[in-house]
Ligand binder design. Structure first.
Ligand code: SF4
Length: 291
């Protein structure tokens, strides 16, 4: 099938068929992100998408999951998304789930009816990058969204019937704002109360504005132990109903998995041990980390 590289997907979509509904990211301005810097944003036409699906139906037999990319696939018009989902279910007989990246402003730009139509067409899971709950940090990294908009978008998606997976970036506040990053993110996450929450740990991508800030000595990435302390502080402050939490992304030092709040004490105890006795808890070596 036809894919315009580079293509990205969440860790949990490793075995999914990736179908591009959009190319690149409309915002393309977050200071830490280099994912789509070389791509000019556009929404694909139905003719292009249909051709891709027809090819997939011939080449990829037995696919159970489809992930709609690129960066903010939900910026595509609702009729294009619903038509795509319906066609995918008609052409891939074993299909069980369609998920997609969804920017908070794209969620807010859709009406509740549009979101419900997308959900009814068979898209069941949205991935939203929260990154941080701190207004200051969101502004500094040019996320283009406020913490209040993050909460509004997350709640709107859940109310429309979607499962919501929220991503956080540990280390995004640097040394200076780590506590604010942890506590404000815990507050925003608790307000959204998503189905899934996952963490990445900041890795600096060359040629991004954040990379240049680091070169100029204006930002310092927290060390391994500080990142673990920050994550511990975040977990201590969240209040979630039944959220599946994972830190299984390759950028993380310590893979964790549990349900929050249920497993919070266990996860916090493990982080505490990793902080106080670093040799007792195996951590991913720097050389094995990746994005
Ligand atoms: S983090 Fe998301 S919204 Fe920001 S530039 Fe990257 S893909 Fe676009």
């Amino acid at each position: 099938m036809h894919l315009e590289p580079p293509v990205f997907r969440p860790p949990s979509e490793a075995y999914s068929l990736i179908l591009q509904l959009t190319i690149g990211c409309r915002h393309n301005a977050c200071t830490f992100c280099g994912m789509y810097r070389g791509k000019k944003f556009r929404i694909k036409s139905w003719a292009e998408v249909q051709k891709d699906i027809d090819l997939c139906a011939l080449q990829m037999v037995g696919m159970h999951r489809v992930f709609l990319a690129d960066g903010d696939a939900l910026s595509a018009p609702a009729p294009l998304i619903t038509q795509t989902a319906q066609y995918l279910y008609s052409k891939l007989p074993g299909l069980e789930r369609i998920s997609m990246y969804a920017g908070p402003l794209d969620i807010l730009a859709k009406t509740t009816t549009e979101l419900q139509d997308i959900r009814k067409s068979g898209v069941s899971l949205l991935y939203m990058g929260l990154e941080s709950g701190s207004e200051r940090i969101l502004k500094t990294v040019s996320k283009g969204v406020t913490a209040a908009q993050m909460v509004e978008a997350g709640k709107k998606a859940i109310q429309a019937g979607f499962e919501l997976s929220v991503t956080i970036i540990n280390g995004l506040g640097g040394y200076e704002l780590w506590r604010e990053h942890a506590t404000d993110t815990a507050r925003v996450l608790s307000n959204i109360d998503p189905t899934y929450a996952g963490t990445l740990t900041l890795m600096v991508v060359p040629d991004t504005p954040l990379y240049r800030k680091i070169q100029q000595g204006e930002f310092k990435i927290p060390g391994t132990i500080d990142i673990l302390k920050e994550l511990k502080c975040l977990l201590e402050n969240v209040n979630l109903t039944n959220c599946v939490f994972r830190s299984n992304h390759a950028s993380n030092y310590l893979p964790l998995r549990g349900v929050l709040n249920r497993d919070r004490d266990k996860l916090v105890a493990l982080l505490e041990q990793a902080v106080s006795e670093p040799d007792a808890v195996p951590l991913r070596p720097e050389s094995s980390r990746g994005l």
